[in-house]
Design a protein around this ligand. Sequence first.
Ligand SMILES: NC(=O)c1ccc[n+]([C@@H]2O[C@H](COP(=O)([O-])OP(=O)(O)OC[C@H]3O[C@@H](n4cnc5c(N)ncnc54)[C@H](O)[C@@H]3O)[C@@H](O)[C@H]2O)c1
Length: 255
Amino acid sequence: MTRPRTVVVTGGASGIGRVIAERFAVRGCPVHIFDIDAGAVARTLAENPSLSGTVGDVARADDVARGMQDAVASMGRVDVLVNDAAIPGPRAPLEEMPEDEWDRAMRVNLHGPFLWMKQAVPGMKSRREGSIVNISTGSVRTLPLNRSVYNASKWGLEGLTKTAARELGPWNVRVNAIRPGMVNNERMRGIVRRIAEQEGRPAADVEADFLQFISMRCKVEPEDIAEMAVFLSSRRAGRVTGQVIAVDGHIEWEQ
Ligand SMILES: NC(=O)c1ccc[n+]([C@@H]2O[C@H](COP(=O)([O-])OP(=O)(O)OC[C@H]3O[C@@H](n4cnc5c(N)ncnc54)[C@H](O)[C@@H]3O)[C@@H](O)[C@H]2O)c1
């Protein structure tokens, strides 16, 4: 019998990350969550007693090292790393973008996955098996205005994904990314509400604007993203690496 894969999910205390953590757990995988929000970590662990967790900031190397130690203490090793934690960052025209907020978004969204990969890769290489799944965004196609740091950080994450796939392929360590589309969750509803308020229009109209550029005219559920993360980390995807897979109902924007 093959042993269950052990999984770390950053940002695993809420949103899509929590759903990813729970999807791995229902398949019998030991899961360790790592999240900056102590209250959300406590709630998630209370509601999922099989999970373990660390409160920490992906942007801080010492926190990430502590998270890795906790994960290994609790699960023995890390076979799968899902880099989900991210922040939207500031919304501003380039010339008004506050430099400290730019730096913070880059550190969370790009440096954080790098720090976690740095921790998890040595064990994966030594076992000659591992899967890393980085959560990008459909915004790299639609390029929403005034969100240069978010878009750039996720393009950076996709570049890191493809480079790492080349570097780690010889060790049977696979690295892929998922581009979620318009996710049916609070964060996306907040974006729609804000645009509706700014433009004095009903939220349903704003949502319809988004949907007309999606072939399937649909939002996606966090579960859709979680199922793809589970698949990419499974042995069924054993020859899939260096790929960026959109789960978005097909966003039609040209690149
Ligand atoms: N919601 C969407 O519509 C959407 C669309 C495309 C891509 N995404 C991506 O999916 C991922 C999850 O998004 P979500 O909507 O679930 O977000 P969310 O804000 O609901 O959850 C993010 C989680 O990450 C944690 N986190 C934030 N900063 C952290 C840090 N520095 N260190 C550790 N943990 C931190 C938060 O506490 C939270 O639990 C992100 O990478 C996001 O960019 C989301």
